[in-house]
Design a protein around this ligand. Structure first.
Ligand SMILES: [Zn+2]
Length: 333
């Protein structure tokens, strides 16, 4: 079943990719929205009712990762943890737990004369009941009923919507924090859930592309001799270029901390506007210079991909249209 879902979803994804969910087509966030709206439901068909093995779940996760790589033009083994987090996309195994918990709660809230409700008591007392198996295996459900009085399990369990939402979020947050402790680039991302403002606040496509690639570890890309300091033993790792370009000193803070501090809406105080504007220019100059030394020597960077008139600065100062520029991507590490 899951193999069929993965194949069918991947076929649909290749169509979405051909009409614009690719490196030079739609805006990145839009592509991920399309994926979540049209492709992910195909992968997830019947998932909350199943009890798949880890290997079966891996097939689905691989299909989701490949969809992300099609949007980002990543090579077949490139890491996708960061881009999934930036677009608020959980792993398939976590999605299964979340969807199953929602359905378990929904079963309890069916009308009194619904067929399933009438059978519920009989189902739940049977030893081989699949519903019971789903309840036992679901950590969110277990947390939800843990707070209920421990006397006799009532025939119908009422779960408050707010409690369900709270437990779903807590579960996903715990899963994300455990991922952050295992992966370097994920560790640098925001510790909260939600779409990263880098995906949608106004800026040029080149600025957004460089920021996303920096976050994912694709910029500087494959380490090579650093052409900024011209020291033969210095390779263009993120650690080296951060020191070589003195970016932390110029930003007055760590680059990841700055990215995590970018607000979702323009700041009100003139001091904050000034602060963000200056640092934005410093950061974008750095990323532009970094990309220029990472391109092959016979491939000079297109200077028009850098501008001091960034839509971000207009947005910070409250004079920006809500849309972002739609120039296609030009450079990829
Ligand atoms: Zn250097």
């Amino acid at each position: 079943m899951l193999l069929h879902n993965a194949t069918k979803g991947s076929q649909a994804m290749s169509i979405l990719h051909s009409i614009g969910a690719n490196a030079t087509g739609f805006d990145k966030q839009l592509s991920f929205q399309f994926y979540k709206c049209y492709i992910r439901p195909i992968f997830e068909y019947a998932l909350p009712l199943l009890t798949p093995t880890n290997n079966e779940l891996k097939i689905l996760e691989k299909a989701q990762d490949n969809a992300c790589r099609l949007i980002m033009r990543g090579h077949k083994s490139s890491s996708t943890q960061v881009i999934k987090h930036m677009n608020n996309m959980a792993n398939m195994s976590d999605r299964m737990v979340v969807l199953c918990a929602k359905n378990l709660v929904r079963v309890q809230q069916l009308p009194a004369d619904a067929l399933l409700t009438l059978f519920l008591q009989q189902l739940i007392t049977s030893r081989t009941c699949h519903l019971k198996k789903l309840q036992t295996r679901n950590p969110i459900w277990q947390r939800l009923i843990a707070d209920l009085p421990t006397t006799r399990t009532p025939q119908r369990i009422y779960i408050d919507k707010t409690d369900l939402k709270l437990q779903l979020n807590q579960f996903l947050l715990d899963q994300w924090h455990s991922t952050q402790s295992k992966f370097v680039y994920a560790g640098h991302c925001r510790t909260t859930l939600g779409i990263d403002p880098i995906m949608y606040i106004p800026m040029t496509v080149h600025e957004r592309s460089r920021l996303i690639r920096w976050r994912m570890g694709w910029l500087p890309g494959k380490p090579q001799a650093c052409r900024n300091c011209n020291q033969i033993n210095n390779l263009t790792t993120q650690l080296h270029v951060t020191i070589c370009f003195q970016i932390c000193e110029n930003l007055d803070m760590d680059i990841h901390a700055f990215l995590n501090s970018i607000p979702k809406s323009p700041p009100r105080s003139p001091a904050d506007k000034f602060y963000l504007q200056n640092r934005w220019i410093v950061l974008q100059q750095f990323l532009f210079n970094l990309e220029s030394i990472c391109l092959p020597t016979d491939e000079p960077i297109d200077r028009t991909t850098y501008t001091e008139q960034s839509p971000f600065i207009a947005w910070i100062n409250g004079s920006s249209p809500s849309s972002t520029t739609t120039t296609p991507f030009a450079h990829h590490a």
